[in-house]
Design a protein around this ligand. Structure first.
Ligand code: BGC
Length: 457
C-alpha cells in the first residue's frame, strides 16, 4: 500500500511471532453440536435484555463448520501463529467427569490443520465460556473450581501438548470478576460487592494450579493473559494521585502481583473495604508459579480522577476531548502500549511477553465497487500500536510476538454484533469473509517482519 513508508531495517526480534486471535464463543457458533454441554454464555445470551439487540452466539462466524476455510484464510494472510480458545463445555459437557470425544476431536483437527499450514497454535484454556453445570455449583465463587479447571486442563495438555507449544490458562481474569461479578454485564451477570475478589482469587488459583499440573504433564510453554490499561492521573492533586494508584491496583496489579510476587497490592483493601478477604499464605504460594511468558492484551489507557460516588474504586475516567476514540469509546493511545510493556518488564523481572490482543472496533464503510473494504482508522491504529511495540522492544522489553484482535468480525459479548474488530469482514447473512485493507496492511507487515512499518534501528 502506497501510504506505508518502506524500510529495510526492522529491529523486531528474530523469531518474533506474528499472529491473530479469536475466542471460541465469539466465533464458533453451533454451541450444542456433537454432544457439547450448555455454557454460561449460551444461557446468558438467551436471557432477555442481557445482550444488545438480543444477539446470540448461536451462529456467530460459523467457524465450527467453516474452520478449514478460516485456516486457509490465515495462510493467505501469512499468519505465523493463531491464538484461539477451547470451549470447556464441548470437551467436558458437564464441566467435569465425562470427556466428550467429539468436542476434543474438533480442536485436535484444528491444531493439525494449523500446523499443516505453517501456523503455530496458541491455546487459551478459558476465555469466559464456562460449562453451565459448573455455574450451577457457584462457578468462580466455588473453591472447588480450581480442581475442576485442573482436570479439564489436563485433558487438553494430554491431547494437544505434543503439537501445541504455547498455552495460556485464563484470559483476562479482571474482566471476568469485574464484568461478570461486579457490574453484571457479562456472564454470569452478578452484581455483587463481595463476589468480585472471591472470583478473582479463584481464577488466579486455577491459573496457578494448572501451571503446576502443566509442569508434570507438559513440555512446552505456559502463561496467563491479562488486559492491562495504564492509568495516568488527571492532575497532580493528592486525591487524583491516590485514585490513580487504586485504579492501577484494581485492574493491573491485582492480577500480576500475585502471579509474579505472591501478594496482592496494598490498595486492594482500600478499594474493597470490608469486602476484601484475607487469603491464606498457601493460596498465594499456589498462585505464584513460574510461568514461561505473560500475555498482555492492550486496547487503551485511562486518565483517572478521584470520584467518591463510584464504588468500589472511587475513580472515574477524565474525558480526552481531542483524542480519537474507537466505536467502543476507547481512546486511541499507542504510547500507553509502550509504557505498559516497559512497566511489566521493570516491575516483574523482564518476563517474556506476547501481546496476545490489540485492535480496534471502527465503523467500516460499505464495500467499494472493486470489492475492497477500506478501514483507514484501523490501519492507522495497527500501524501506530505496532510501532509502539517496536519502541518497547528497542528499549529492552523481551517481546516474543503480537496477535491482532481479531481475525474476524465476531460476537462482541454484550455488544452483540454491533462492534466490528475484525481485520476480515464477515457478512453475517452469507458468512462471506472479505479481508479489509487492515488485513492487507498486516499481511505486508508480517511478510517484511515489520519493515513495512517504517521502523528503523
Ligand atoms: C477480550 C475479547 C474482546 C476484546 C474486545 C478483550 O477484552 O479478550 O474477547 O472481544 O477484548 O473487547
Amino acid at each position: 500500500m502506497a501510504d506505508i513508508a518502506e524500510s529495510s531495517h526492522s529491529t523486531f526480534p528474530a523469531g518474533f511471532l506474528w499472529g491473530c486471535a479469536t475466542s471460541a464463543y465469539q466465533i464458533e457458533g453451533s454451541p450444542l453440536a456433537d454432544g457439547a454441554g450448555v455454557s454460561n454464555w449460551h444461557r446468558f445470551v438467551h436471557t432477555p435484555g442481557r445482550v444488545r439487540d438480543g444477539d446470540t452466539g448461536d451462529v456467530a462466524c460459523d467457524h465450527y463448520r467453516r474452520w478449514r476455510e478460516d485456516v486457509a484464510l490465515m495462510r493467505t494472510l501469512g499468519m505465523r501463529a493463531y491464538r484461539f480458545s477451547i470451549a470447556w463445555n464441548r470437551v467436558l459437557p458437564e464441566g467435569r467427569g465425562r470427556v466428550n470425544p467429539e468436542g476434543l476431536a474438533f480442536y485436535d483437527r484444528l491444531v493439525d490443520a494449523l500446523l499443516e499450514n505453517g501456523i503455530q497454535p496458541m491455546v487459551t484454556l478459558h476465555h469466559w465460556d464456562l460449562p453451565a453445570a459448573l455455574d450451577d455449583r457457584g462457578g468462580w465463587l466455588n473453591p472447588d473450581i480450581v480442581d475442576w479447571f485442573v482436570d479439564y486442563a489436563r485433558v487438553m495438555f494430554r491431547k494437544l501438548d505434543d503439537r501445541v507449544g504455547l498455552w495460556t490458562t485464563i484470559n483476562e481474569p479482571w474482566v471476568v470478576s469485574d464484568g461478570g461479578y461486579l457490574h453484571g454485564v457479562l456472564a454470569p451477570g452478578h452484581r455483587s460487592q463481595f463476589e468480585p475478589p472471591i472470583a478473582a482469587h479463584h481464577l488466579l488459583r486455577a491459573h496457578g494450579a494448572a501451571v503446576q499440573a502443566y509442569r508434570a504433564d507438559g513440555r512446552n510453554n505456559i502463561g496467563i493473559v491479562v488486559n492491562l490499561e495504564p492509568k495516568y492521573p488527571a492532575s497532580q492533586g493528592a486525591d487524583d494521585l491516590a485514585a490513580t494508584r487504586r485504579a492501577d491496583a484494581y485492574m493491573n496489579r491485582q492480577f500480576l502481583d500475585p502471579v509474579f510476587l505472591g501478594r496482592y497490592p496494598e490498595e486492594m483493601h482500600e478499594v474493597f473495604g470490608d469486602a476484601w478477604p484475607v487469603w491464606p499464605d498457601e493460596d498465594m504460594a499456589q498462585i505464584r508459579q513460574a510461568i514461561d511468558f505473560v500475555g498482555v492484551n492492550y486496547y487503551t489507557r485511562s486518565v483517572v480522577r478521584h470520584d467518591p460516588r463510584r464504588w468500589p474504586q472511587r475513580v472515574s475516567g477524565a474525558p480526552q476531548k481531542h483524542a480519537t476514540h474507537t466505536e467502543t469509546g476507547w481512546e486511541v493511545y499507542p504510547q500507553g502500549l509502550t509504557d505498559v510493556l516497559k512497566w511489566v518488564s521493570a516491575r516483574y523481572g523482564r518476563p517474556p511477553i506476547y501481546i496476545t490482543e490489540n485492535g480496534a472496533a471502527f465503523y467500516d464503510p460499505p464495500t467499494a465497487s472493486d470489492g475492497r473494504i477500506e478501514d483507514p482508522l484501523r490501519v492507522a491504529y495497527l500501524r501506530a500500536h505496532l510501532r509502539a511495540v517496536h519502541a518497547a522492544a528497542r528499549q529492552g522489553v523481551d517481546l516474543r510476538g503480537y496477535f491482532v484482535w481479531s481475525l474476524l468480525d465476531n460476537f462482541e459479548w454484550a455488544h452483540g454484533y454491533s462492534k466490528r474488530f475484525g481485520i476480515v469482514h464477515v457478512d453475517y447473512a452469507t458468512q462471506q469473509r472479505t479481508p479489509k485493507d487492515s488485513a492487507r496492511f498486516y499481511a505486508k507487515v508480517i511478510a517484511t517482519h515489520g519493515a513495512a512499518l517504517g521502523v528503523t534501528a
